[in-house]
Design a protein around this ligand. Sequence first.
Ligand code: NAP
Ligand code: G4F
Length: 339
Amino acid sequence: MKKVALITGITGQDGSYLTELLIKKNYKVHGIIRRSSSINTKRLDHLFNNKNFRNKKLFLHYGDLTDSISTSNIISKVRPNEIYNLAAQSHVKVSFETPMYTADLDALGTLRILEAVKNLKLKTKIYNASTSELYGDNKAKIMSEETKFSPVSPYGIAKLYAFEIVRCYRNAYNIFASNGILFNHESPRRGETFVTRKITLGLSNYIKQGKYFELGNLSAKRDWGHARDYVWGMWKILQLKKPLDLVLSTGKTYSVEYFLTSCLKYLKIKFKKKIINKQIHFIDLKNNKIICKTNNKYLRPNEVPYLKGSSLLARKTINWKPKTNFNLLVKEMIDSDLK
Ligand code: NAP
Ligand code: G4F
């Protein structure tokens, strides 16, 4: 019998890569989508418009994770073998502006899924999208499953509730539920307001139209991998015999500025850095035009300055390691945005 998976957040970056992976693995994939005034399924269209997949391998249901009734109705109708809970208000800076909504969706959304599975007495395995934001301002040089959480944003704190409620339901009700503590992962499908995509898209607009773009904190460091590798890890976590919380990361960390200058190097754009009115400007040496500058409006009330993860346990238990390195990620994102 074909396995049935239900993905919340199927229209997002990870949801689209995971759908591709599960269809390849011969799953029937169900996804929850939100009604929106403009089309929000563009990352899935190549699959949904394929007549071999639509309503044969891929099924979409309208719902919302802030709505307990639609969430539980869909789970009851689909009765999935596996749920991948990826739905979230996933932007850290936006969570400072919408803290209540972020808590309702990112924290209580996970609870709604666990309650539905418990009440329906299903044997469903649940993957919960947890995050390296949980480490917040912890000063550890490298973060693992043993490192203390210290979140500093409404997003990180909502995700900490989700992490703990997964462990609670696993222990209290014997539900198979695992947290993947994923470090940043990017791709050409990354949302356009996250920093890597802002840079690759900003540079492609600079090249095509000569327009500059603006960034916030250039010194923050992140452990960036490719989303395709990370959704493969999510699937592997649910294939374990017992639930387990695992870190997925590359073990390397680079600053936002390094990401920007790596893109400039790949594009063979020579630049100089200049401080004007306390803002850093990156100036094209060929024509003296501004490519990019900083603007304080992109700074956050609280920042996570440094993230670097150890996924040794994932190597041991699920034989996972990332396949795409930093330079390949930069190349794939730039090439795609230039097209
Ligand atoms: P994303 O691109 O922002 O996708 C988020 C998804 O959640 C979208 O499908 C979105 O639907 C959906 N969603 C938003 N509000 C919803 C609601 N009220 N009800 C149902 N669905 C809703 O995020 P991502 O990068 O793919 O990340 C996937 C998950 O992993 C998220 O939970 C994120 O917090 C977590 N995570 C991401 C990273 C990373 O680096 N990417 C790292 C660690 C953890 P619309 O398309 O309609 O907006
Ligand atoms: O790309 P970001 O917005 O990602 P952030 O905040 O690390 O969050 C992402 O990764 C988390 C895992 O650690 C996920 F849980 C979360 O859902 C999301 O996917 O920002 C990265 C860094 C930050 O330090 C930010 O201050 O880039 C800095 N930055 C500098 N200029 C900027 C900008 N970030 C954004 N979004 N936009 C800027 O203009």
